[in-house]
Design a protein around this ligand. Structure first.
Ligand SMILES: Nc1ncnc2c1ncn2[C@@H]1O[C@H](COP(=O)(O)OP(=O)(O)OP(=O)(O)O)[C@@H](O)[C@H]1O
Length: 745
């Protein structure tokens, strides 16, 4: 993951702004700060995390370093470097200053590493050997070496006082391992490697070569790995190297780094030997695992035009720029190679010491973290653009998954200590007291028996210790049985713990099952409820549809009524002569039906004078004209004025609708009503039949209790109304009375 850090800028025209925690935006500076061929558009660059000028060293440390420390504890390699234009805050980010807010990545990283490792062996147990490897000394040899080193130590000692201490402790260290920490500090200056921890004669450092070890890991040949037992001690070593690092004042930075510095922290680990009470590794160098974390403060890219460097500074700048350019080229080629498997180009690692040294990381063997430091001042615009573009491209490089290098943990340290305490009552982790210290002696003359005697005693003690550390069968048997007992106890404890965990899991499972059942039940009832609601909703929708249809139908009716009303209004407002006559007839008939109106008896139209009833049957044909209502029932049941145009149909066109009772009593009279051949005879007239007819005749019969039959034939004309319906105007009733012989006197 790559990060971007903006250093504080006090001016009013920043050329870079952090938009959010993951992106930074370039802002076009005034033209004098831009190259002519530079892109003229503002751009947004994305990073794993962007630190604004308000983010302190702690935030950068937690994001950039913590996961790398965890990797180191787990036997993995990583590389963290700061990259950017000169004066952008790379050294500040990496090292900082002693105060809490200013302490940089490197001191914090050292503190956290020492807080997090357990089972640290005494110094000189592990030691660096040829070809970038480590070996293990016997306890006695290590002891002797320590005495020897105590006299040399002063040469590297730099007292560190009054500094901020990072208290974070990470868990992740494998307690089956014992460990020791080594640091080295090299610089790449003018494309040469130098060991900054070298005891240089006359202060002139030796040029070092880069070599490959057995695992093809690149290392600086002859660079010292100094064993340190605390973060203070590691910082003392770092400060010693810093004194030798090449830093000069340039126009752009008064403390400008003129070289790339590489501070490497190596964690050397080996499986613990359980047969000794001491924290000690098994005496098998092949089981040693070395993980390393490289903290690199790159020199800043700089344009000679801006720095106005000349002479040595210019040569340094050229070398810095060249190595950074090679780094970019390598990353470009790697990216291209990762995209195409057919056309694999050679990566120019060897063109620069910087890329050669980090070849393994660039090839994906180990994590790379880069903090791109940028100064938002407008003068840095072009170089910042280039640095940001490079960083964005570099993020695309894939990192291989690292192989697990540590054996899986067998017995945690806490159990080991407790078990020994319980068994022995108390435990002396450090049994250095058993090892005799060499006597300080000075042989005064050959008769100095006292000194000779003390030397002899020391030699005897050493021999005894040697014997006791020899693999005598009884002590080794005891040690091995102790180890088996401890492992058995630990396994028993583990089995119990696992059983408890299993039981707990079973209980949890049962609870989850019960919950599951409850949810299933709830789900089923919810489904039923949903189905109900859906049905109700469907019904509602149907009802709605019906109502809508009904409404549409009503609307249609209303529309047709309105239309009819408009027609009627038109007729009323502009009466035609026939309407006027209809009106007068309507008014006249109103008078007829009105009680106060003078009665008019219309002549009976079908009266046949002089006709008498035959035998006991008497036919009384009484013809009367009914009051013709001006209002008639329309097709839709509405009342409306009759269209006078159709007041009477021509006889030739008329057809009779003969409406007969369902059970007609045959009267057998001589005078029979005439029924034309095309008449429609029905007991239940339909509107369609009515529409086809011009005349209507209704036969109605009544029989009273004496047996008299009264047959009424009601006659009418069928007339279409203005509203589209059909009306019947009754104008005549014929009555036939059939007297029962019983009623005759
Ligand atoms: N985030 C920051 N907060 C406070 N001060 C900063 C910050 N970043 C940089 N500085 C200050 O800016 C100055 C230049 O920073 P620094 O020396 O770290 O730059 P550099 O990138 O290492 O330069 P060079 O490449 O020339 O070595 C220093 O005085 C440093 O204290």
């Amino acid at each position: 993951m790559f990060f971007c850090r903006l250093c504080p800028y006090s001016g009013s025209t920043p050329s870079l702004i952090a938009i959010d925690e993951r992106s930074v935006k370039t802002v076009l500076p005034p033209p004098q700060f831009r190259r002519e061929n530079a892109p003229q558009v503002e751009k947004i660059f994305g990073f794993g995390r962007v630190f604004s000028e308000h983010d302190g060293q702690e935030a950068v440390f937690e994001k950039a370093s913590m996961s790398l420390i965890l990797d180191l504890l787990k036997g993995q390699n990583s590389l963290l470097f700061t990259y950017g234009v000169t004066g952008s805050g790379k050294t500040y980010t990496m090292t900082g200053k002693p105060t809490e807010s200013d302490t940089g990545l490197l001191p914090r990283t050292l503190d956290v590493i020492f807080n997090s490792i357990n089972n640290r062996v005494e110094k000189c147990v592990f030691y660096p050997a040829a070809l970038n490897t480590f070996e293990i000394r016997s306890s006695l040899d290590a002891h002797m070496k320590r005495h020897q080193m105590a006299n040399d130590r002063l040469s590297t000692s730099r007292e560190i006082t009054d500094r901020y201490y990072e208290a974070i402790k990470l868990s992740g260290f494998n307690d089956d391992m014992v460990c020791s920490v080594f640091v080295s500090y090299v610089e790449i200056y003018n494309n040469y490697c130098y060991d900054l921890l070298e005891d240089a004669k006359n202060g002139v450092l030796t040029k070092r070569e880069l070599r490959h070890d057995r695992q093809q890991q690149v290392y600086v040949d002859g660079a010292k790995d100094v064993e340190v037992s605390s973060s203070e001690e590691a910082l003392e070593v770092f400060c010693l190297g810093e004194e030798r690092r090449r830093v000069s004042s340039t126009l752009l930075n008064k403390d400008s780094s003129r070289s790339h510095s590489v501070f490497t922290i190596k964690l050397v680990m080996a499986p613990r030997a359980y047969e000794t009470k001491n924290v000690y590794p098994v005496m098998d160098s092949s089981q040693i695992v070395v993980s390393q974390l490289c903290l690199v403060d790159l020199a800043g890219s700089e344009r000679s035009k801006r720095t106005q460097n000349v002479g040595e500074r210019l040569a340094e700048a050229n070398s810095i720029n060249q190595s950074l350019l090679t780094l970019r080229q390598c990353i470009d080629v790697l990216r291209r190679n990762q995209k195409s498997t057919s056309n694999v180009e050679q990566v120019p690692y060897r063109q620069s010491k910087l890329t050669h040294l980090f070849k393994n990381y660039l090839e994906g063997n180990g994590k790379i973290r880069m903090v791109i430091c940028v100064n938002p001042k407008p003068e840095d615009y072009d170089e910042n653009m280039s640095a940001l573009a490079f960083a964005e491209e570099s993020q695309a490089i894939e990192v291989k998954k690292q192989v697990e290098r540590l054996p899986s943990e067998r017995i945690p340290h806490a159990f080991f200590t407790q078990w020994n305490v319980e068994l022995d009552g108390s435990i002396q982790i450090d049994d250095r007291s058993e090892t005799p210290c060499p006597p300080t002696f000075c042989l005064r003359d050959y008769n100095d028996n006292e000194t000779v005697e003390s030397l002899r005693t020391y030699a005897r003690k050493l021999a005894a210790l040697q014997n006791s550390s020899d693999d005598s069968s009884s002590s080794s048997l005891l040690a091995v049985s102790r180890q088996y007992m401890m492992e058995a106890d630990y396994q028993r404890l583990e089995i119990n713990r696992l059983k408890d965990a299993l039981q707990q899991k079973d209980e949890d499972m049962e609870k989850l099952r019960a919950q599951c059942r409850k949810y299933k039940h709830e789900k089923a009832s919810m489904k039923a409820r949903i189905a109900e609601l859906e049905q109700a909703e469907a019904d509602r929708a149907d009802t709605m549809k019906l109502l809508m249809d009904q409404k549409a139908e009503d609307n249609k009716i209303i529309q047709s009524q309105k239309k009819a009303m408009r027609n009627v209004r038109g007729i009323i407002d502009n009466p035609s002569p026939s309407v006027a006559s209809l009106r007068s007839r309507f008014d006249q008939e109103n008078i007829l039906t009105h009680p106060s109106a003078p009665m008019q008896t219309p002549p009976p139209p079908y009266q046949t004078p002089g006709r008498q009833p035959v035998f006991r049957k008497r036919l009384e044909a009484t013809t009367s004209t009914t009051a013709v209502s001006g209002l008639a029932s329309g097709a839709n049941g509405q009342q409306g004025y009759v269209n006078p145009k159709y007041q009477r149909r021509s006889k030739s066109a008329s057809r009779l609708l003969d409406h007969q009772p369902v059970h007609r009593v045959p009267t057998g009279t001589v005078l029979q009503t005439r029924t034309p051949g095309n008449a429609i005879t029905t007991t239940k007239p339909e509107l369609s039949q009515l529409n086809k007819s011009g005349e209507y005749r209704l036969t109605h019969q009544e029989v009273d209790k004496e047996g008299n039959i009264s047959t009424n034939i009601v006659k009418g004309d069928v007339i279409p109304t203005v509203s589209g319906g059909t009306a019947v105007f009754f104008h005549d009733i014929e009555k036939l009375t059939h007297e029962s012989p019983a009623t005759r006197k």
